[in-house]
Write a protein that binds this ligand. Structure first.
Ligand SMILES: CCCCCCCC/C=C\CC(=O)SCCNC(=O)CCNC(=O)[C@H](O)C(C)(C)COP(=O)(O)OP(=O)(O)OC[C@H]1O[C@@H](n2cnc3c(N)ncnc32)[C@H](O)[C@@H]1OP(=O)(O)O
Length: 291
């Protein structure tokens, strides 16, 4: 039975050793030069609450290395028994995370593609199944896999930007486990409409459909996140962990048992000519939009 020890990850699917370097970074400006800088952790004045920041300019997109770095940071935080909550946020001014790095999907390297999807699955296991209380401090756009990061948190506050699963607009579809996360959060009919239309919701609409839990002012994001984290930490950890098992255990186990099939499905789906055409077209539009 998983989820038994509150000091360990709920679903420790990674057998890799963690060599993550703890970076105490209060007050520092981050560069995005190397993967080690893409994710940083900070202490707060409450030793039970940590902050995990994504610093991969320009858009915090999830490449293989970015997924791995976030996973490593979560594991590192979990390994400290004092830590009971993590606030996940972005150091970029307007983007929480723009989702999967499209350069991983478009004209992919055939050997790297399965490893990339495996790292994304692992990130889902590590965040959605974390023993920590996870507060999403969504301070900018969170489309597609950016929305997955938000959905994987226990509580979501949002200050600005749009959020949702817009994959259909790219000519692709969210994988079943991400789709299920969305359905579990906002309900089948709302999810059905939003998935088909690729809807991205502004903060008000996201709150209305239950995709986020609270709208907060831009300047208040971290204060509110810390307050909510304190409230979650005040619940006895074994109870908190058991509640997570109750609501998330089945989905986590299902993917755990089907990891290989999910990777194979993803790779054959992405490698289809039509998918590549759609992705190429979407990527071009993204670049043109700026001009
Ligand atoms: C088993 C089933 C198989 C199927 C599985 C399929 C997988 C499904 C799961 C997840 C899918 C995804 O996550 S796909 C990614 C979806 N993301 C998006 O559609 C977002 C695209 N980006 C935007 O809309 C905008 O960038 C933004 C609204 C997020 C921000 O706009 P803004 O104007 O502030 O910034 P720019 O557009 O100028 O972006 C800055 C910079 O970043 C590049 N960028 C943005 N997003 C991506 C991305 N996802 N991948 C790669 N690069 C991205 C953008 O091109 C700009 O680059 P330049 O500065 O070089 O021009």
């Amino acid at each position: 039975m998983m989820f038994q020890q509150s000091s360990r990850s709920l679903l420790d699917a990674s057998k890799k050793s963690s060599s993550f370097r703890w970076t105490s970074s209060v007050g520092r400006t981050f560069s995005s030069r190397s993967p080690q800088d893409w994710v940083t952790t900070e202490e707060t004045d409450d030793p039970s609450i940590a902050i995990l920041k994504m610093n991969r300019a320009p858009a915090n997109t999830l490449s293989l290395e970015m997924c791995t770095e976030i996973s490593k940071a979560i594991k590192e935080l979990e390994s400290n028994k004092k830590t009971q909550a993590v606030i996940l946020t972005s150091s970029l001014p307007t983007i929480f995370s723009a989702g999967l790095d499209l350069t991983e999907l478009h004209n992919p390297d055939k050997d790297r593609l399965p490893a990339f999807w495996g790292a994304f699955q692992q990130l889902y296991f590590d965040l959605y199944g974390s023993r920590l209380a996870t507060i999403g401090a969504i301070n900018g756009h969170a489309p597609a896999a950016g929305c997955m990061l938000a959905l994987s948190c226990d509580y979501r506050i949002m200050s600005k930007g749009n959020i949702g699963l817009n994959e259909s607009k790219l000519g692709i579809c969210a994988p079943p486990w991400l789709g299920q996360q969305f359905i579990d959060t906002i309900g089948l009919r709302k999810a059905e409409l939003a998935l088909n239309m690729g809807t991205l919701f502004d903060t008000k609409a996201a709150l209305d459909i239950g995709l986020i839990d609270e709208i907060v002012g831009e300047d208040d994001v971290m204060d509110v996140a810390k307050t909510r984290a304190s409230q979650w930490v005040a619940i006895p950890a074994p109870a908190r962990v058991a509640c997570k098992e109750l609501t998330r255990g089945r989905q986590l186990n299902e993917l755990k048992e089907n990891r290989k099939q999910d990777v194979d499905h993803f790779c054959s789906f992405v490698n289809q000519e039509a998918m590549q055409r759609n992705l190429g077209f979407y990527f071009e539009q993204l670049a043109k939009r700026k001009k």
